[in-house]
Design a protein around this ligand. Sequence first.
Ligand code: SAM
Length: 328
Amino acid sequence: MNEEALNHTPVLLNEVINAINPQSGKLYFDATFGWGGYSEKLLDTCACKVIAIDQDPNVKEKASELKKKYGDRFNFIESKFSEITAVLKKMGINKVDGFMFDIGVSSMQLDTSDRGFSFNKEGPLDMRMNSSGKTAAELISSIQEETLADIIYNYGDERKSRKIAKFIIEQRSISPIQTTLQLADIVSKANPKKKFNQKHPATKTFQAIRIYLNDEFNELFNGLASAEKALNEDGRLCVVTFHSTEDRIVKNYFSKSSGVDSANYKNLPSIKNDSQASLIPFKKAIKPLENEIKMNTRARSAKLRYATKTSSIPNNFSLEDIGFKEFH
Ligand SMILES: C[S@@+](CC[C@H](N)C(=O)[O-])C[C@H]1O[C@@H](n2cnc3c(N)ncnc32)[C@H](O)[C@@H]1O
């Protein structure tokens, strides 16, 4: 990895730590270690313990630094959200006092050109958070036009999805699409910028392909469900998201666990039955202050939601039950 890529400014750091409300002697779980910003702040705040996971093996160097500094109080395991229950079981841990999720990609992943996440930096079209599964180049080389359009629409909220998919498939028959800038250029031709200050025209397409390849919505849902099951009463589940669909998954998950049937939001008055609530969500999403956004533009779309675990056993429900169709 390039030296300049080894950095990530944690977003909503103080807000997340306040929401977790850490206490000495308790155990917390950082599900998205990244460059360790949340873990380190928690460990410095009080004499608690932290277990951290990340599916990206490149963060191990930073995890070793924290291990040296905090000894037994810190443990890192290379793993993913859908394996949280297995990780805890293997460590012989039944209950945790708080979970933190900081969803999406880190600045290190975005800024390292050979990871292929950035539409601004030339690199191989990879986009995998770990080294397993198909690369974005492999996906694009064989996918059907209609499926590609559905991915761009469903995971990127991109209204021009059909036109972009058509352009990609046409270009692919002329020459293979293997680099980030090649793809960014094709998408920009299909979806030209209308205003100077508009986001890069490939933003949503890159986001959609990354989310699909890394199965991010299922991972997020599985992570929330595993965390809820492992939380002690009064423990907090804190989630920072960076775009509306991820936020909707978290919001609907919290609502469903609190006894509100969010799948019926549009048609029915919401019915709350507190006796069944296994989570009590904080009433609204917390956003970064202007000052943080000025210092770190990545923070501009961030939202923190958190909920407190009750003594009730969590209900079983699926991603589809909170309004998201499985899409493969
Ligand atoms: C925004 S960064 C976290 C930054 C971190 N809070 C910090 O302060 O440095 C997100 C991290 O989550 C990891 N990640 C994303 N999805 C994951 C998943 N399903 N399982 C495990 N790690 C995941 C990414 O590899 C990335 O390192």
